[in-house]
Design a protein around this ligand. Structure first.
Ligand code: NIG
Ligand code: FE
Length: 392
């Protein structure tokens, strides 16, 4: 299939690979075309030199990007917390405690209810151009409920993350050490076969550095690769713990010391994943993306879609926030939402449109990627393909 008459084709090819001069981590091709074949990208180049194809899509002078890669989402849950959001907007602070109300609702829900909610959210993601997403457990917090959450997540994505260490559930309040033993023991044994990743919420009110290290080490022994909720609500050890564990990503990174930034820059593999929808939805200060980018840190943007701290499934919205509120350039933000997310999931087949990449392609109802920030809140996804199949 040939998509031609593309005003701007963002492939995320490195700068030296193309000739046009523009700032940012990629350079887009203008007057371009792309050929998708057997689920992968077969060719990209000037529209005038496009090869013949069985099927032809006229982009009508609109932009084409890689599908978004949302590397952080909590989509297996029941219930909602609209009243908590409203109270927060009226002045109450966000705290990790709200998680427990979703845990109660999730435990009480049937698997069909959880699956239906997940399917609805997965559909929202696709319609907003997200063709790869990660999904965490973390609202079950019993052996059976965590395993059930992961099995459900795996029906929708291969990027499944065990987050038994989300918070200590109410029934273990008096004995958090026993809960940690469960997370690293029987719960992990039941969950490891169902997941690719292990995550821990390393934060005051959730898990301390040593507890987080224990969770990640046990996960690694069980074959799970690490990612960490780090430095969301205040300064703390999360980023350092993530780097020590060679985590694929340290997520949130809102409160960082210079030492944290230097450690991320020299980590050689731990991405800083920024979740600006959380700061928007909790009315908190945004992470300093410029400080990270200037230090040479690899930055991703993700939604953190969850019923508490941020209930958006929209990567376009997060790109707009990244540009407007975190001073990322439009090219940096789009790169972070595509290639950055792929780095955060250690995926080389998605997040770019190089030849051989999975044919995950978004056609915007706009002439350039910049419109994602220039026209915030406007539905700009004209079409999306995943592995060459039309999905939106
Ligand atoms: O990433 N930080 C921990 N977990 C979620 C919030 C979950 C909730 O409030 O229900 C987050 O922000
Ligand atoms: Fe999260």
């Amino acid at each position: 299939m040939l998509i031609t008459n593309i005003s701007e084709l963002v492939t995320n090819a490195p700068r030296e690979a193309v000739s046009v001069a523009s700032p940012g981590p990629f350079e887009a091709m203008t007057d371009a075309a792309i050929v998708l074949d057997a689920g992968v990208v077969a060719w990209t180049g000037p529209a005038a030199r496009a090869p013949a194809a069985d099927e032809r899509v006229d982009a009508a002078s609109r932009a084409v990007l890689p599908g978004f890669v949302d590397s952080h989402a909590h989509l297996v849950f029941a219930g909602e917390r609209g009243a908590e959001f409203a109270a927060r907007m009226a002045g109450l602070p966000y705290s990790a405690g709200g998680i427990r109300s979703t845990v109660a609702a999730t435990r009480a829900a049937s698997s069909d209810q959880l699956r239906a909610n997940l399917a609805r959210l997965a559909g929202e993601l696709l319609r907003q151009g997200t063709t790869t997403f990660e999904c965490k457990s973390g609202y079950g917090l019993t052996v059976a409920d965590e395993a059930r959450s992961l099995a459900l997540a795996a029906e929708f994505t291969p990027e499944v993350t065990y987050l038994g260490a989300h918070v200590v559930p109410a029934e273990f309040e008096a004995d958090p050490a026993s809960y940690l033993d469960l997370v690293c023991g029987d719960m992990l044994a039941a969950c490891a076969p169902l997941a690719r990743w292990v995550d821990v919420f390393c934060e005051r009110g959730a898990f301390a550095a040593d507890e987080a290290r224990a969770v990640l080490a046990a996960g690694e022994t069980a074959g799970l690769a690490a990612r960490v909720h780090a430095n969301q609500l205040g300064p703390g050890p999360g980023v350092q713990v993530a780097i020590e564990a060679e985590a694929a990503s340290a997520d949130h990174c809102t409160y960082l010391t210079d030492g944290d930034v230097d450690a991320l820059a020299s980590s050689g593999g731990t991405v800083a994943t920024l979740l600006p929808g959380v700061e928007f939805s909790t009315r908190s200060p945004y992470p300093d993306a410029r400080r990270l980018l200037n230090a040479g840190v690899t930055v991703a943007i993700a939604t953190d879609c969850n019923p508490g701290s941020c209930f958006t499934s929209s990567m376009p919205f997060c790109v707009a926030l990244a540009v407007r509120e975190m001073r990322m350039t439009t090219t940096e933000a789009v790169w972070a939402a595509t290639a950055g997310g792929a780095h955060a999931l250690r995926r080389t087949d998605v997040g770019h449109l190089g030849v051989g990449a999975r044919a995950d392609v978004v056609l915007l109802d706009a002439p350039s990627h910049a419109y994602l920030a220039y026209r915030p809140g406007v539905p700009l996804i004209a079409a999306a393909w995943r592995a060459g199949e039309r999905v939106a």
